[in-house]
Write a protein that binds this ligand. Structure first.
Ligand code: GDD
Ligand code: MN
Length: 363
C-alpha cells in the first residue's frame, strides 16, 4: 500500500484538483491519501471533507491552530499505514505524474528515500522567482556541507516532495524536529549517511492560487538547523537562536553609541545606558519574533515581557563583572579568557532565565 501525505494551509482552490489528479494516477495501487490541514481559515478542510464522500481512500486530519509544515508532515507520516510513504505539496506545484517514477524507483532499487529534485539536469523549475531560486541554491549548498558525505551527491535537500520506505523511516520520523519547512533535511541529518537515497527530476510549476508560506522565520529556522547540525545536535536550537540574536545586539549597541556620540555629540557615559537599553530591547523583540515565536508575546504581555527581560538581562551585568574578576584572579590571569568565560556564563544565565521567566515553558 502507498500512503500519500499532503500538508495544506489555505489551499482551498488547489487541493481538490490535486486530489482528482492523484486518484486517477494511483488507481492501480492500493492507496490512501492523507491531507493534514491546520484548520485553514479559507475552508480547505471543508472542501476536502466534501470530496472525501466520493472516495474512502482519502483521509483528513484537521489540526487546531497552526503548527507548521514539518509538523504536519510528521503527523501525517505517523498516521500512515502504507509500505511506501509519499509526501507532496498541496498547492499542485509538484507535478503529480512524477510520483509514479518515484514509487517505481524506490521499489526497484530497494532504496530508503527517493527525492523529487528541482535541481537535476532534467528538472524543470517554473515556479521559483529568481530570488527564491538563488536562495534555494545557497540553502542547498549549506545543507550539503553540513550533512554526511554519503549525501554529498544529492541536489535537493529541501524538497517538499519525497518518497520513504516505511520500515526504515519509522526509526527517524518521531525524532524529527517540527519547526519550519525542512523535514527532509532533518531526516538526512538524523540518519547520518546511513540511508540509500536516490533522486528523480521534478517539474516544479507555478502556484495557481494563493501564496507561498515561506517567510523569514522559516529561513531563520533553517540556518539554526544547519548550526545545530554542526554542533553535533548538542546545543539546543533555541539557545543557538538566542546567541545569534545576542550578537546582533552587540552591533545595535555599537551603532547607537557611535551615532549618539558622533552625530548628536552626546557624552559617551550618557550615551551608553541608552545604547545598552536599545540593544536589549532589540534583542527582546527579535527573540520574540524568532527564538520564542511558538510562545510569542503580544500587546500588554509584550510590554510586561520587555520589562522582565530588562530585569533578567540587567542582573548579570553585575554578575559579569564579579565572575570575570574571579576567573581572572583565581583561574586564569588571561584577561581575554576571563572575559569570554564571563560572557559565556552571562549568556547561559540570560538564555535560561529568559526561557523560564519571560517566555514561559520554552526551554
Ligand atoms: N498543514 C500545514 N501547516 N501545511 C502547510 C503549512 C502549515 O503551517 N505551511 C505550508 N503548508 C503547506 C502548503 O499549503 C503547501 O501545500 C505546502 O505546505 C508547501 O508550502 P508552500 O508555502 O507552497 O511552500 P513553497 O512552495 O514556498 O516551498 C516549496 O519549496 C520549499 C523549498 O524551497 C515547498 O516544496 C517546500 O516543501 C520546500 O521546502
Ligand atoms: Mn508551494
Amino acid at each position: 500500500m502507498i500512503s500519500i501525505v499532503i500538508p495544506t494551509f489555505n489551499e482551498v482552490e488547489n487541493i481538490v484538483p490535486l486530489l482528482k489528479n492523484l486518484t486517477v494516477l494511483v488507481s492501480d495501487f492500493e492507496y490512501e491519501i492523507i491531507v493534514v490541514d491546520d484548520d485553514s481559515p479559507d475552508g480547505t478542510s471543508n472542501e476536502v471533507n466534501k470530496y472525501m464522500k466520493s472516495n474512502n481512500s482519502i483521509k483528513l486530519i484537521t489540526r487546531i491552530g497552526r503548527s507548521g509544515l514539518s509538523s504536519a508532515i510528521k503527523e501525517g507520516l505517523i498516521f500512515a499505514q502504507g509500505k511506501y510513504l509519499l509526501v507532496l505539496d498541496g498547492d499542485g506545484q509538484h507535478h503529480p505524474t512524477f510520483i509514479l517514477d518515484m514509487i517505481e524507483k524506490i521499489k526497484k532499487n530497494k532504496s530508503d528515500i527517493v527525492i523529487g529534485s528541482r535541481f537535476l539536469n532534467n528538472s524543470k523549475l517554473e515556479g521559483l522567482s529568481n530570488k527564491r531560486s538563488r536562495g534555494s541554491k545557497i540553502a542547498n549548498k549549506l545543507a550539503r556541507i553540513s550533512l554526511h558525505k554519503n549525501y554529498s551527491k544529492l541536489t535537493d535537500y529541501l524538497s517538499g516532495c519525497f518518497c520513504l520506505e516505511k520500515e526504515m523511516a519509522k526509526k527517524y520520523i518521531r525524532k524529527i524536529e517540527i519547526n519550519g519547512f525542512k523535514f527532509l533535511y532533518e531526516l538526512l541529518s538524523l540518519s547520518k549517511g546511513n540511508l540509500t537515497v536516490l533522486e528523480v527530476p521534478l517539474i516544479f510549476k507555478e502556484r495557481r492560487f494563493g501564496n507561498s508560506k515561506l517567510d523569514i522565520a522559516i529561513v531563520w529556522d533553517f540556518l539554526i538547523s544547519i548550526i545545530h547540525n554542526f554542533t553535533l545536535r548538542l546545543l539546543p536550537r533555541k539557545a543557538i537562536s538566542f546567541g545569534l540574536v545576542g550578537i546582533s545586539g552587540v552591533f545595535v549597541q555599537l551603532f547607537i553609541t557611535s551615532f549618539l556620540v558622533e552625530i548628536f555629540l552626546i557624552d559617551f557615559y550618557n550615551a551608553l545606558p541608552f545604547a545598552v537599553i536599545s540593544a536589549a530591547t532589540s534583542n527582546f523583540l527579535i527573540n520574540n519574533q524568532v527564538t520564542f515565536r511558538s510562545d510569542r508575546l503580544k500587546n500588554l504581555a509584550l510590554l510586561i515581557g520587555l520589562l522582565k527581560f530588562l530585569i533578567v538581562a540587567s542582573l548579570p551585568v553585575i554578575a559579569n563583572v564579579g565572575i570575570t574578576t574571579a576567573i581572572y584572579k583565581y583561574i586564569s590571569p588571561d584577561t581575554f579568557i576571563a572575559q569570554i568565560a564571563g560572557i559565556a556564563i552571562v549568556y547561559a544565565w540570560n538564555y535560561l532565565a529568559s526561557s523560564s521567566f519571560v517566555w514561559k515553558k520554552s526551554i
